[in-house]
Design a protein around this ligand. Structure first.
Ligand SMILES: [Zn+2]
Length: 302
């Protein structure tokens, strides 16, 4: 799902990468979002520019896929490889699990565990994972048992993507517990977002769920936090702007939106390291990270 390539020779030589970017770690982090910056691509063929070929299928995979009542999980989507949380005690320090049926993609679990490590450093440590990846069968069973007010039909839940999880606290309801408050304030620093906030129910179509967290990755989670928008609004915003630039904790990013048409691959010039994700609506978001930005220089191996 995640594509990490260095197309610039300089980035290759420096040998650091997207994954190595440190999540923002303190409250002093500044997000600077400059809207509508003009394109500044170098001409294809210059030393540090390469052509990136985007297959139309890319619109239906990646960390930014929108899944809601109007946009089901894409047909034929590759099911994520998942692991039962009981099989990874090494990643579960300080995290409880509701029962032995909870599964998550290992990559998502690692990202979540890294976030919880930061919470533990703040003295917040009573987390409990109550639900993770659900295949269609699990979702159908839940839908039947809980009803349409509490569960989505199979194929229409983010849990079917393997990018979301439900998190509880052993100290009480998430809306009141320190665990819920900590995540609401800090999840964005680690690439996660509170997917269904109280003041966005008309946009998401889902009631306030203080337990449901979705991974979208940086810089997207930071921009969404700064703008106060949910995924539906963020994707609309990207489509409308075409290209935005963001600086998160000293690292400069460019986020570009492209519409793709079935059967018509796109070629765009690109520099530095990049990440691709579809939006599940016929668009592809290309996020590039400036190899020479201060945050990237500071980043170590992860
Ligand atoms: Zn959920």
């Amino acid at each position: 799902m995640k594509k990490l390539l260095f197309v610039a020779a300089i980035a290759l030589m420096l040998g650091y990468g997207w994954n190595a970017l440190k999540p923002a770690g303190s409250d002093e982090n500044k997000i600077v979002v400059l809207e509508g910056e003009p394109a500044r691509w170098e001409e294809p063929g210059s030393a540090e520019t390469a052509m990136l070929h985007i297959d139309p299928d890319e619109a239906y995979q990646g960390d930014l896929l929108l899944v809601n009542s109007r946009h089901p999980v894409p047909k034929g989507a590759k099911l994520p490889d998942v692991v039962n949380l009981f099989e990874r005690p090494d990643l579960m320090e300080g995290i409880g699990v509701l029962d032995n049926s909870v599964e998550l993609p290992p990559d998502l679990l690692r990202k979540f565990a890294a976030m919880i490590e930061a919470a533990r450093a703040d003295g917040v440590d009573q987390f409990l994972i109550t639900s993770g990846y659900r295949d269609e069968e699990k979702q159908a069973e839940l839908y039947e048992r809980m009803g349409a007010d509490y569960a989505n039909p199979p194929g229409y839940s983010e849990h079917n993507l393997g990018l979301s999880l439900d998190v509880g606290s052993s100290l009480g309801l998430m809306k009141d517990a320190p665990e819920g408050k900590w995540l609401e304030k800090n999840a964005w620093k680690h690439g996660f977002v509170l997917r269904y906030p109280e003041d966005k129910t008309e946009i998401t179509g889902v009631k306030h769920e203080p337990w449901h967290f979705r991974y979208v990755g940086l810089p997207h989670s930071a921009i969404m936090q700064k703008q106060g928008v949910v995924l539906e609004e963020y994707l609309d915003y990207l489509k409308e702007q075409g290209r935005i630039q963001a600086e998160v904790n000293g690292t400069a990013y460019t986020v570009s939106y492209y519409s793709v048409k079935a059967g018509k691959p796109l070629s765009i010039p690109i520099e530095g390291s990049y990440e691709l994700s579809g939006d599940n609506m016929g668009g592809v978001i290309v996020t590039t990270c400036e190899a020479g930005s201060p945050g990237a220089k500071e980043a170590g191996p992860s």
